[in-house]
Write a protein that binds this ligand. Sequence first.
Ligand code: SF4
Ligand code: SF4
Length: 227
Amino acid sequence: MMMISRLKPLEEMFGRLKSSESLLLLACNGCAESFGSAEPGQLNLLKSEAEQRGHHVADVVTIEFLCEEVLVRHWLRKARSKESFDAVLAVCCGVGAQVVAKVSQGAVYPACDTVSMGGRFGQPWGAELCKECGECLLPYTGGICPLTACSKGLLNGPCGGSQDGRCEFRPESRECGWQKIYRRLEERGGKELLVGPPLIKDHSRNEPPEELVVFKTQLLEGQVETL
Ligand code: SF4
Ligand code: SF4
């Protein structure tokens, strides 16, 4: 079995959530069969961890494909009609967490670090949205991935080259990712993060899972049958 993401260390995951927040646990079932991201045991663990840390869990919802905007919109509306919540804990890959952040209009925290897509994910996207970096930083950037939204993949931006909201690299086709991040944090709160210490990555965390490395090696050496 290949893995797409692994749970963040719990201290890191819950460290940014205030104790007064009520949470919706929103998990992706789309790739779960292959990657186990929404297994009941994992969701039960997260729910009880959240409750032990003083959060109210409004609901635990598992849907197919958190990378599918229409589905996410539908299920968020449905969950809100039952009970309100302050934040969403998204149990999925970095692509799903970004879609939830785009649609939810509120705080979204990734529960997972995406290490590898294993060569696939649910929906056919036209753009790269997650670089599988192994340490998801979306809580600091308003749910927009700095590595893919910024042409230079800057962890701390902007670079100073943007003009009228366009990236200095291919301004005709690219918005400045860091201006998007600023706008999102301005709209939803969190601007104080921009004057905090710079983001630094622990690159050791993007090491793919052992089984995927083995699989790739076997594939290259012709030990695995392909279609
Ligand atoms: S920070 Fe970006 S590249 Fe890293 S896991 Fe999150 S979405 Fe993916
Ligand atoms: S202009 Fe914006 S998107 Fe382009 S490289 Fe600079 S910070 Fe990144």
